[in-house]
Design a protein. Structure first.
Length: 98
């Protein structure tokens, strides 16, 4: 008896007109401020010397610049691979009467 109820439920939900949609959400969190804060915290606690702090900030900036270049080049490649969308030809105001 339960089997027929289950089949009816599947039919109602499975064919309700809703389609399977894959949704992709990219979340980009800028962690640069957190990284700088962590370096300053290590310096304030005495775990880094001033020279080590300067070097760490330089390396962090270098990594951030490299990441920006990589993202920019990937974005450019993605744009090059997309097909060009052309405007449709303009239609005349007269209609064919044939």
């Amino acid at each position: 008896m339960e089997k027929s109820n289950e089949n009816k439920l599947n039919a109602l939900v499975g064919h309700s007109g809703n389609s399977d949609v894959d949704l992709v959400v990219n979340i980009d969190i800028n962690t640069k401020a957190i990284a700088y804060g962590m370096l300053c915290s290590l310096y304030a606690k005495g775990e880094l010397t001033e020279l080590q702090l300067v070097r760490a900030v330089e390396v962090l900036d270098k990594l951030i610049r490299r990441d920006k270049r990589r993202r920019k080049s990937k974005k450019n490649l993605a744009n090059e691979n997309k097909p060009a969308l052309l405007d449709p030809p303009e239609q005349s105001s007269r209609r064919n009467r044939y």
